[in-house]
Design a protein around this ligand. Structure first.
Ligand SMILES: [Zn+2]
Ligand SMILES: [Zn+2]
Length: 259
């Protein structure tokens, strides 16, 4: 199994990283894609500690929409900082998470859009798939992806929380859908339908650790070992063995990120 999106180079895991990795391995989570924020020097440094403890991890680096305001005067500087961070991290296999978040609006929307665009252009120059974070910004997200020809590099809508119509649009433009622990929540009925709809060859599975722990761990710090529970719930919803879902997610991860 692979956790396709987690933040274990963050401060939440600094105190017990070895134990977190041991539990992931014991749960047969062999790999993880660890997200790094290009504007967070401490996290970029901690990446070396993570890869030393868990050599099979790979990294995806980007400027999150929440941080786009830092680059409001010079959006191209966001892409330059990502470019430099990728140069320093040879295990980088993706660019992100990048995108738009109009739920929190932590950065002005114009800055979010320009920083998103600059990073898509960088992904094309570096031939890296993109990891997209989008919340309450569906139309602008699809418009920018189309205008910037993002399908050339492809990628994934991480922690997908949209409805079936949005999922179909993601699939139509050739991107993958990644489901996180929210799919285990009993009231996430529309997301359950999405879990049944996404073709097995376009599905990824993630924890987004430390956020969004699945049932029965809800409300605690999430960690990569819990990705197994997400896979099991998707398998239940689809009426197939968990091994079928797990094998598909691993194959999709491998073809998209070439770990
Ligand atoms: Zn995100
Ligand atoms: Zn994330």
């Amino acid at each position: 199994m692979i956790d396709s999106h987690c933040h274990i180079a963050g401060p939440e895991f600094a105190g017990d990283l070895d134990a977190v990795i041991a539990r992931a391995r014991a749960a047969h989570v062999a790999h993880a894609l660890v997200i790094l924020a290009a504007d967070d020097g401490a996290e970029l440094e901690q990446a070396a500690v993570v890869s030393a403890a868990w050599p099979d991890v790979r990294f995806s680096i980007g400027v999150h929409p929440h941080a786009a305001g830092k680059f409001g005067d010079d959006p191209a500087a966001a892409a330059r900082s990502v470019d430099a961070a990728i140069d320093r991290q040879p295990l980088t296999r993706g660019l992100g998470e990048i995108g738009l978040d109009y739920h929190y609006d932590f950065a002005p929307r114009a800055a979010q859009q320009q920083v998103f665009r600059e990073q898509i252009r960088l992904a094309q120059r570096r031939r890296l798939p993109i990891v997209i974070h989008t919340r309450e910004a569906t139309e602008d997200t699809f418009a920018i992806l189309a205008e910037e020809s993002a399908a050339d590099v492809g990628g994934v809508f991480h922690c997908f929380t949209g409805d079936r119509d949005m999922a179909r649009r993601v699939l139509d433009i050739g991107f993958h859908v990644s489901l996180a622990g929210i799919v285990t929540f009993p009231r996430a009925l529309e997301l359950h339908e999405v879990a049944r709809l996404v073709p097995l060859d376009r599905l990824l599975i993630e924890t987004d650790s430390p956020f969004l722990a699945p049932v029965p761990h809800r409300g605690t710090r999430n960690e990569p070992a819990h990705v197994v529970r997400v896979a099991e719930r998707i398998a239940e919803l689809r009426g197939v063995p968990a091994a079928t879902v797990t094998a598909a997610a691993v194959a999709n991860f491998t073809s998209l990120f070439k770990p």
